[in-house]
Design a binder for this molecule. Sequence first.
Ligand SMILES: [Zn+2]
Length: 136
Amino acid sequence: MTTEHRKAPRREVVDIRRVGGWGSVVYHHVLSCGHIEKRPRATKAPKLACVFCLRAEEVVKTMSSLKTPIKSEVLDDEEFASFETKVQMIKASLASQMNIPIDAVDVAIADEAGILRIRYATIFLTEKDVRKITGL
Ligand SMILES: [Zn+2]
C-alpha cells in the first residue's frame, strides 16, 4: 500500500469485474464513487481506498488556490457608485441637450469581464418631444 492509498478516502466496493485473459487477469473493483481500482486479485474487503478521489480532491484544492479573483467580484461599492453617478450624469447631459425629461433616457450597461461599460443609450420620445425636436 502506498502513502497515497493510506491518505485516500475509503469507498465501498460495489462490483468486481475480472478483466483480461490468461496470465494477465486484472480485477476491476468498481467503487461507490464510480472510480475503478485495479488489483491483481479480487479483494474480500468491503471498502477500498480510492486514490482517484484523493487526486481529484487535490486538483480541486490546487485549482481553488490558483483561482484569480474576477474583477466583478472585487468591484467595491465605491467603484460601482461612481459608475452609477457617471451614468446619471450622462443621462442628465443627454436629456438637457435634447430638452427632454431625464427618465426618457436609458443607458445600457455591459459588464465585460468585470469592467462596466456603457454600451448604448436609448431615448424614448413622446409625440410632444418628437414635434418639439423636429418642428413638424
Ligand atoms: Zn473515487
